[in-house]
Write a protein that binds this ligand. Structure first.
Ligand SMILES: Cc1cc2nc3c(=O)[nH]c(=O)nc-3n(C[C@H](O)[C@H](O)[C@H](O)COP(=O)(O)OP(=O)(O)OC[C@H]3O[C@@H](n4cnc5c(N)ncnc54)[C@H](O)[C@@H]3O)c2cc1C
Length: 345
């Protein structure tokens, strides 16, 4: 089987790439080992509103749960800092599914329960998860969109080695909420806790730097206790999730005939953990560059758009966040809502 492009991973990055390419007339195969696109959800599900201006077709009644207005930060020294943060809380499973469905509607072929194994003799080797049957496909180009622990990245060059670890529950909200709530605490080292409203529910989670050696599940239990006693949520857990957030910034986005998009290419903010918007945008940019016949141009466009922002955040993470004392000094220098973040390198 011969394709113009094989896309590995049907998250927002890969499905957007496949959608862009198929719409432009390319012969595309989109591969994911999941049984169903979008599940299980490993996300707190917030996206900034700018993404909806760029990709209005991804934002529907089915994919959007509610609007968000501000981000409210609760600091350990008692200061409350509000920052405008217009955006949407998504149903990530529906969001991912909608983009993959658009790709298929435009003519992309979607193979689920199919694992990417590697490259050999100029071919891509895949395995059907249920039967363990192995087979190969040919493609002029490959798009690596296989998430934070990307196998494509590992097999083609530099890849992310350090991550934030996260744990999250979905629980009922006490009252409707229009803001994202962020907690900085000494017991959440190298990261933060969040309460993100989702209609009558909230995603309550923590992300930590594993180098501090804490147990992320225990950190989450303590955080849930705090947000219950602060009156945000009730304690009955509807669902649990977690996952890895790349913490090193962008890796080389173009490797011969392989383009890296989304988390697989390190396009995720190494402090806030936000990566949906950059996944969609890099997927789209890579697809457009291929359609224009100049896939190599994707490197400059991706680096021009995200390189500086993510690079600055990585440098700050390394400079300030490897010790977790004196948070009144560290937090303003490492979080975007504070003036010090923009002054200091
Ligand atoms: C707990 C948590 C909360 C988060 N909250 C937010 C948030 O609120 N807002 C935000 O913007 N970002 C958030 N993020 C980050 C965001 O989820 C990611 O940046 C985003 O999912 C990246 O999209 P992607 O398409 O690059 O990768 P993914 O969504 O990870 O998709 C990769 C796909 O590749 C498939 N795959 C992997 N390996 C293979 C293989 N070998 N063969 C075949 N298929 C494979 C996987 O099954 C998966 O479907 C959060 C992350 C976590 C862990």
């Amino acid at each position: 089987m011969k394709y113009d492009v094989v896309v590995i991973g049907a998250g927002p990055a890969g499905s957007t790439a496949a959608y862009t390419l198929a719409r432009g007339g390319a012969r595309v195969l989109l591969v994911d080992f999941k049984r169903e696109v979008g599940t299980p959800v490993q996300c707190a599900e917030f996206v900034p509103s700018q993404l909806a201006h760029r990709f209005p077709e991804f934002f529907t009644e089915e994919t959007v749960v509610q609007r968000v207005r501000d981000m409210v930060h609760l600091t350990p020294w008692g200061e409350v800092v509000k920052m405008p943060s217009e955006g949407f809380m998504l149903r990530r499973d529906s969001f991912d599914r909608l983009i993959a469905n658009l790709a298929v509607r435009e003519g992309a072929e979607l193979l689920l329960r199919t694992l990417f194994l590697g490259f050999e003799d100029g071919k891509l080797w895949l395995e059907k998860v249920d039967t363990r049957e192995r087979f190969s496909v040919n493609a002029d180009l490959v798009i690596g969109a296989d998430g934070p622990r990307s196998r494509v990245a590992r097999l083609t060059g530099d890849h992310t080695r350090s991550f934030l670890t996260t744990a999250q529950v979905t629980v009922p909200l006490r009252e409707k909420l229009e803001d994202l709530v962020i907690y900085f605490r000494d017991y959440i080292p190298g990261g933060y806790g969040w309460v993100f409203p989702k209609g009558g529910l909230a995603n309550v989670g923590v992300g930590v730097d594993p180098d501090f050696g804490v147990n992320v599940t225990k950190v989450l239990e303590r955080f849930i206790g705090e947000v219950i006693s602060d009156g945000w949520v009730l304690g009955n857990v509807v669902s649990r999730t977690g996952g890895w957030i790349p913490a090193e910034g962008v890796k080389d986005p173009v490797r011969d005939n392989v383009l890296m998009v989304g988390d697989a290419g390190g396009f995720c903010h190494p402090i806030t953990g936000g990566g949906i918007a950059s996944a969609v945008m890099t997927g789209s940019m890579a697809g457009e560059a291929v359609l224009e016949g100049s896939p190599g141009d994707y490197r400059d466009e991706a680096l021009d758009t995200f390189g500086e922002t993510l690079g600055r955040a990585v440098r700050k993470r390394i400079k300030y966040m490897k010790s977790w004392e004196n948070l009144e000094f560290i937090i303003p220098r490492t979080w975007i809502a504070f003036e010090e973040y923009w002054k200091e390198e």
